[in-house]
Design a protein around this ligand. Structure first.
Ligand code: NDP
Length: 327
C-alpha cells in the first residue's frame, strides 16, 4: 500500500517533496493513524526549508503534529476508529511525522480528541496553540490573576502569539501584543489585545533593570526581547519563555530575579508528560473561542505545504497554517 507524504531527503543535497511512499517503510510503533489534518509549526518550517537542524535521520517524513482516526492498533488504550491528536515527541525529527496520509506513532504519545473540538480545530491549534496554553498555565500556576496588570505577548502575529492573546483576552487579562507588523493591529485587537507595541522597542540590548511594567509575559521570541521583557517585569511577576524567533541567545543579568523576585519559567511542549498535555488540551477546549480560532487559520492541501513553510520562515504568515490531508 502506498501513501502520500511530505518527505525530506539529504542524499547528494537537501530535497523536500510531496510523493508516494510504501507503507512497508513506516517506522515501528503500535498505532497507525489515517491523518485527516496536520499543520505547520515553526519547527516544521525550519525542517522543510532546511534552515535549522531539526531532522536527525534521513529520509524523514515532516510534520510535528497530526490528527486523525486510528486504523490499526496494538496499544491497549487505542481501538480502530478512535480519534487521536499527536503533538511533538520527536515526530518529524527522529520519527516519521504527520504531514502524510498515514502516520505510525506510539499509543503512549497520543491524546484523545477533546469532545469540544473537531480534528480540524485540533490542528488549527496544533503545537503552537497547545504551547500557548502551557505558557498561560505557567502564568496561572505562579499565581497571576487578570487584575495584576498588563501581560506582554511577543511574536504576537505568529501561531503561539495569536493563540496566547486569544486565551489571555478571554480570561480577562489586559494583553499588550508586541509585533513587527503594524498592519496586524486590527487582527491582534480582535483576538483580544488591549494594545499593540512595535517589537523594535524590545529588540535591542537594554539595561539590566528597566521601568516595571509587565505582571506577566508570554515570550515566543527569546534573545534581547526576552532580556528586555525580564528587565521590565514587575516585582513578583512571571515570564514564560517558549521560543527563539529572534534568537536562542539570552544576554541578561540576575537582577530581575534577585531584586524583583521575577520568575522565568521554561516551556517545552515536545516531551511534556501526558498529564500536562491533557490538562492543556482540556483548558484549550474550555477557554479558546472557536470563532477567534477560525480568524487565525489559513488552510492548505498537502501540496501547498512546502511553499507555505518558506512563507512561514520569511515572516509572511499570520496565525496558524492548517494542512488538510484526508477526510
Ligand atoms: P511563527 O512563525 O508562527 O511566529 C513567530 C513570530 O515571531 C512571527 O510571526 C513574528 O511575529 C515574530 N518574529 C519573527 N522573527 C522575529 C524577530 N527576528 N524578532 C522578533 N520577533 C520575531 O512561529 P510560532 O508562533 O509557531 O513559534 C514561535 C516560537 O516558539 C518559535 O521560536 C518556535 O520554535 C517556538 N516554539 C516552541 C515550542 C516549545 O515547545 N518550547 C513549541 C512551539 C513553538 P510578529 O510578526 O508579530 O512580530
Amino acid at each position: 500500500m502506498m501513501f502520500r507524504a511530505l518527505v525530506l531527503e539529504n542524499d547528494g543535497g537537501f530535497r523536500a517533496t510531496v510523493k508516494s511512499v510504501d507503507a512497508a517503510q513506516l517506522p515501528a510503533a503500535d498505532v497507525t493513524l489515517a491523518v485527516s489534518y496536520a499543520t505547520l509549526n515553526y519547527k516544521d518550517g525550519l525542517a522543510i526549508t532546511n534552515r535549522g537542524p531539526v531532522v536527525r535521520q534521513w529520509p524523514m517524513v515532516a510534520g510535528v503534529d497530526g490528527a486523525g482516526t486510528v486504523v490499526a492498533s496494538n496499544h491497549p488504550d487505542w481501538q480502530v476508529g478512535d480519534l487521536a491528536v499527536h503533538n511533538g515527541w520527536g515526530a518529524g525529527e527522529t520519527h516519521w511525522g504527520c504531514l502524510a496520509e498515514t502516520a505510525r506513532l506510539k499509543g503512549d504519545w497520543l491524546i484523545r480528541l477533546p469532545q469540544a473540538l473537531s480534528l480540524r480545530q485540533s490542528m488549527a491549534i496544533g503545537t503552537a496553540g497547545y504551547t500557548a496554553m502551557l505558557c498561560v498555565l505557567a502564568l496561572e500556576d505562579h499565581g497571576l490573576k487578570p487584575d495584576a496588570g498588563e501581560v506582554l505577548v511577543t511574536g504576537a502575529s505568529g501561531g503561539v502569539g495569536s493563540v496566547a492573546i486569544a486565551l489571555l483576552g478571554r480570561l480577562g487579562y489586559t494583553v499588550v501584543a508586541a509585533t513587527g507588523r503594524a498592519s496586524e493591529e486590527t487582527y491582534l485587537k480582535a483576538l483580544g489585545a488591549s494594545s499593540v507595541m512595535d517589537r523594535a522597542m524590545l529588540a535591542s540590548p537594554g539595561k539590566a533593570l528597566q521601568k516595571e511594567r509587565w505582571a506577566g509575559v508570554v515570550d515566543a521570541v527569546g534573545s534581547h526581547t526576552l532580556a528586555n521583557a525580564l528587565a521590565q517585569t514587575r516585582y513578583g511577576g512571571v515570564v514564560a519563555a517558549c521560543g527563539l524567533a529572534q534568537g536562542m541567545d539570552l544576554a541578561s543579568t540576575v537582577m530581575p530575579f534577585i531584586l524583583r523576585g521575577v520568575a522565568l519559567v521554561g516551556i517545552d511542549s515536545v516531551m511534556a508528560p501526558l498529564s500536562r498535555r491533557q490538562r492543556a488540551w482540556a483548558r484549550i477546549a474550555r477557554d479558546l473561542d472557536p470563532v477567534l480560532l477560525e480568524t487565525m487559520v489559513q488552510e492548505l492541501p498537502l501540496d501547498g505545504a512546502i511553499d507555505a513553510a518558506h512563507a512561514l520562515m520569511d515572516g509572511r504568515v499570520r496565525g496558524r497554517t492548517l494542512v488538510k490531508i484526508g477526510s
